[in-house]
Design a protein around this ligand. Structure first.
Ligand code: CO8
Length: 260
């Protein structure tokens, strides 16, 4: 499929997706969201692809939010009746079981910050800016931002950010737990691709299970989360890759993963 608002490249086992509307600071309109759903669906279905990176084209923005020009005229009946954006949220948080990274190269605001927070983790350039400024438009985050931001940075900071609409620099975002690492802007893409390649070199079932286990910590209480982790551990103990990984360690050689 050819895309108009995103670019997709494969770097060995890593899929790189760029949101490509730099003149609109990569604002997320319906077409971008549909194309991202399509591209990530293909990534998930392609056995040769093991990890993805999502970033923004240009130097200024990852995504400066949902497209305000598109939303401005949308009536309540369309937002509520069509469940605007809900496919995106469920697709990315449920259907994509392989790991993916958001490489935030500039503004990640509103829906842009929310999309970044749907990733398994965020790598940020030292030029990144994070925020949920929807209050200034008379609305609030609509793709899970009020919930994910609060899980990531705690109530006090999340509340201050959504109520004032102020932006966070990447160092503050890292200190607060929103961002895994901050890297110089010039190195961000290479660093993200290298990190993704490391993940892609891991046994794929174990990568999926590790992702699922950490995500369970956001959705379940501690006791249920630990039980969930134990079940996943038991499942992985029956895989060929578990046998191979342990045998390779004992034989002092590199493992060769079968994905089974
Ligand atoms: N939507 C549409 N166009 C945008 C957006 C956006 N979110 N952000 C920037 N643009 C456009 C500008 O209109 C401008 O276009 P043009 O050149 O045609 O005038 C171009 O991008 C460049 O932007 P600026 O000239 O404003 O660039 P600056 O460097 O001066 O400012 C900012 C950069 C600070 C990022 C500024 O552009 C800005 O504040 N943007 C809006 C940020 C924002 O409010 N984001 C939140 C949007 S609301 C949202 O995401 C809700 C999501 C949940 C919805 C769920 C529904 C159920």
């Amino acid at each position: 499929m050819t895309f108009e608002t995103i670019q997709v490249e494969q770097h060995d086992a890593v899929t790189l997706v760029r949101i490509n509307r730099p003149k609109a600071l990569n604002a997320l309109n319906s077409q971008v969201l549909e194309e991202l759903i399509e591209a990530f669906g293909s990534f998930e279905a392609d056995d040769t692809q093991r990890c993805a990176v999502l970033t923004g084209a240009g130097e200024k923005a990852f995504a400066a939010g949902a497209d305000i020009k598109e939303m401005a005229e949308k009536p309540l009946a369309e937002f509520y009746g069509e469940n605007f954006f809900s496919r995106w949220t469920s697709h990315f948080t449920r259907a994509i079981r392989k790991p993916w990274i958001a490489a935030v190269n500039g503004f990640a605001l509103g829906g842009g910050c929310e999309v970044a927070m749907m990733a398994d983790f965020i790598l940020a350039s030292d030029t990144a800016k994070f925020g949920q400024p929807e209050i200034k438009l008379g609305v609030l985050p609509g793709m899970g931002g009020s919930q994910r931001l609060t899980h990531a940075v705690g109530k006090a900071k999340a509340m201050e950010l959504v109520l004032t609409g102020r932006l966070m620099d990447p160092e503050e975002a890292e200190r607060a737990g929103l961002v895994a690492r901050v890297v110089p802007a010039a190195d961000l893409l290479n660093d993200a691709l290298k990190t993704a390649a490391t993940i892609a070199s891991m046994p794929p079932l174990a990568a999926m299970a590790n992702k699922e286990a950490v995500n369970a910590a956001f959705e379940l209480g501690l006791d249920m989360g630990i039980q969930h982790e134990r079940r996943l551990f038991n499942v992985l103990s029956g895989t060929e890759d578990k046998r191979e990984g342990m045998q390779a360690f004992i034989e002092k050689r590199d493992p060769s993963w079968s994905g089974r």
